[in-house]
Write a protein that binds this ligand. Structure first.
Ligand code: GLA
Length: 381
């Protein structure tokens, strides 16, 4: 071929590719709308982050809640894959932490008590005799300050909150920052930072209930799950860790290769009986602090998969055991038991009372920083 023909072909091809790229995309952007007022009259907004491929996440600054998340299935159809409500009032009335940022301490602290630097702290008790998810008014129920950020690889929203000394019983003024980024590679990245003016404990997570087939249309028992964990924290009947890091081998907790979530959920296993299904913290393989793959979930009818990568030492796998059909969510969908699953990256539950667990103490002058990434893909399998 003559050189000018090669050039012509190359120019035409790149023009076609450019047009394809532009038509498949758009610019990543963040838009803002009013979402109502809290009972104390605070204004609440809702932000829509859209990436260049048209994936979309909605986040309100009430509780930092992810209210909807739309990603493509294998045919390119975008569905909302998280449980939640259509309006702020429903969240205010009571939500089982749908999509929220959880803090100061995600998961349970036994009897709401812990000792730090020789001082015993007493926290709000809101789960039987225990403290759960930050207490009566945790980070899921406060209004955060929100600001869209310009980032090169997608759309991002920064949320900040100052948790005052003694809030829900915790020591120290804790200054928290969370950045959500919906990248152009269809990843939802959640990054958390915090500093304190007094030694304290901290464990932040995000509490989305996923159904990769689409929210509200059925249970999640056919999803296939892999968790990169050889051990989990065995619990007592109140879901408080006994301290034992139990091997998953030969138990329904072995997700080291992919299993249907429903395959062993009703097995005659004491740990499953205690929690009415899975509601356990898995001890992730690899070194905490390094970003590594924690879990992979695949849903066969839609072809959607979600990988979770994290710097955290653990992940709570919860199968919506306490959903019971009494909540009506988005689009009038009624949420029955096991209609969603959670994979909450975190420090181990009740770490402040288990010196053998990775420490959840944040010292004055130190910076807390963790990263979790949800990576969405599709497969024709
Ligand atoms: C967490 C807990 C569960 C339950 C849910 C919210 O995942 O581990 O026991 O409290 O939150 O209902």
């Amino acid at each position: 071929m003559k050189p000018n023909k090669v050039l012509y072909l190359a120019v035409t091809c790149s023009a076609i590719i450019l047009v394809l790229n532009l038509s498949a995309s758009g610019q990543a952007k963040v838009t803002k709308e009013n979402f109502g007022k809290t009972s104390e009259g605070q204004n609440v907004d809702i932000y829509t982050l859209t990436n260049r491929r048209g994936a979309e996440v909605k986040i309100t600054n009430y509780g930092g809640i992810i209210t909807s998340l739309k990603v493509p299935d294998r045919k390119g159809k975008r569905d909302d894959i998280v449980l939640g409500f259509d309006n702020l009032d429903a969240y205010l009335k009571g939500s089982p932490y749908f999509g929220a940022i959880i803090g100061r301490y995600a998961n349970r602290i036994a009897k709401g008590r812990f000792t730090l630097n020789g001082h015993q702290y007493t926290l709000a008790v809101n789960n039987g005799e225990n403290h759960l998810h930050g207490g009566i008014k945790g980070f899921d129920k406060v209004v955060w300050t929100a600001r869209p950020l310009k980032v090169p690889n997608g759309a991002a929203l920064r949320l900040t909150y100052l948790s005052k000394d003694a809030e829900e019983g915790y020591p120290g003024n804790l200054s928290v920052r969370v950045i959500y980024t919906l990248t152009n590679a269809n990843e939802l990245k959640i990054e958390y930072w915090a500093t304190t003016d007094k030694d304290t404990v901290i464990n932040l997570t995000s509490h989305s209930y996923f159904n990769l087939a689409g929210q509200g249309i059925g249970d999640i028992l056919n999803h296939q799950l892999l968790i990169n964990a050889r051990r989990f924290t065995a619990t007592d009947a109140g879901s408080i860790p006994t301290g034992e890091l139990k091997s998953v081998k030969g138990t329904p907790f072995d997700f080291t290769s992919a299993f249907r979530i429903g395959e062993r959920i009703n097995d005659d296993d004491q740990q499953l009986k205690f929690a009415k299904g899975y509601d356990h913290n898995f001890v992730l393989n690899g070194r905490m602090g390094t970003l590594r793959q924690a879990a992979v979930v695949y849903e066969p009818t839609s072809g959607r998969s979600m990988e979770i990568w994290t710097t955290e030492p653990g992940i709570q796998f919860y199968t919506g055991n306490f959903l019971d059909g009494t909540l009506t969510g988005k689009d009038g969908k009624v949420y029955q038991q096991r209609y969603g699953f959670c994979l909450e990256t975190q420090h181990f539950p009740d770490s402040p009372n288990h010196p053998s667990f990775p420490t959840a103490v944040l010292r004055r002058g130190q910076q807390y920083h963790t990263i979790t990434i949800h990576r969405f893909k599709t497969s024709s399998r």
